[in-house]
Design a protein around this ligand. Structure first.
Ligand SMILES: [Mg+2]
Length: 287
């Protein structure tokens, strides 16, 4: 389709050429998706980072499948700045995965957005994707091997996603389409509207933690680990600092596993002032 648009634009440019010089705008039809898509979906670097994180998690889980363990879900009332974690007792061991851009690449929906120049997020269009897109997803590199190894170690795999509970069947079908079966609503699949209304994941995490000993979690958004990271009152630099504060930093790669996602996330509001400290700005001297 992109090629067809390009050809049409070229034809228009050629016909315009006969009468007047072509305007500079003839090159405006993009033949390449945005830089974020090229990195996320095309680069070996993104694939390796994803694989590295998923397989590190599988190795961590294999090492902690038996013996003493504590949950990696923040205890009620504690925060990423002052975390507390509960003992596991005799609860069966589990891991918790987010789904979108953690387990599944939403390649079909990403195409739909990229080819339209990334208009603002449209909840209706996304709801349709949740219902109809099961066969246009791909597995995040490394995740299928990791989940296979984790299950083989006797640890239950639970999904906690902000897909809507009305799309439970199609979400399970999307997972099955990449070879990940046994996502059972209410047992190993928890979606928006389950447990509590809204997109907060803490109530679902607490429900999962009550039933299982959660020894590892994976997500592409900090909110996949604690809702506190997505507090709208946090500035971009404060959110970045909170994720690395001394009390919580040891969890990364050691119970909490972050999967790279350059397409969207809680980081999108960053401004020049947020990203470039005043004393770190450089431009070449005028000659
Ligand atoms: Mg996600």
């Amino acid at each position: 389709m992109i090629r067809a648009l390009t050809l049409a634009a070229s034809a228009l440019a050629l016909s315009a050429c006969a009468a007047t010089p072509p305007p500079a705008a003839t090159a405006a039809v993009s033949t390449q998706p945005g830089r974020q898509y090229r990195w996320q979906l095309g680069s070996g670097e993104a694939a390796v980072l994803s694989r590295q994180a998923h397989l590190a998690m599988a190795a961590f889980v294999a090492a902690h499948a038996k013996g003493p363990a504590s949950s990696v879900v923040l205890s009620a009332g504690s925060t990423p700045a002052a975390p507390r974690f509960g003992a596991c007792g005799n609860r069966p061991r589990a891991v918790v995965y987010d789904i979108d851009e953690t387990v599944l690449l939403n390649t079909g929906a990403n195409y739909d957005s990229a080819v339209r120049g990334d208009p603002p997020f449209d909840p209706e269009r996304w709801a349709q994707w949740e219902r109809d897109g099961a066969n246009a997803v791909e597995p995040v590199p490394g995740v299928v091997e990791a989940i296979t190894a984790i299950r083989r170690a006797g640890v239950t795999v639970v999904f906690n996603s902000n897909r809507d509970r009305s799309a439970a069947a199609s979400t399970a079908a999307a997972l099955a389409s990449v070879g990940i079966d046994n996502a059972v609503p209410g047992e190993t699949l928890f979606l928006k509207g389950d447990v509590a209304p809204g997109s907060a994941k803490d109530p679902r995490r607490a429900a999962i933690d009550a039933k299982y000993c959660v020894i590892a979690m994976a997500g592409d958004n900090l909110g996949d680990f604690a809702d506190a990271f997505n507090d709208r009152g946090l500035s971009t630099p404060a959110r970045r600092a909170l994720a690395q504060n001394a009390a919580i930093a040891p969890l990364w790669g050691n119970g909490w596993f972050l999967i790279p996602n350059a397409l969207y996330g809680g980081w999108e509001g960053g401004t020049f002032d947020d990203l470039f400290p005043a004393d770190k700005r450089w431009t070449p001297k005028e000659k």
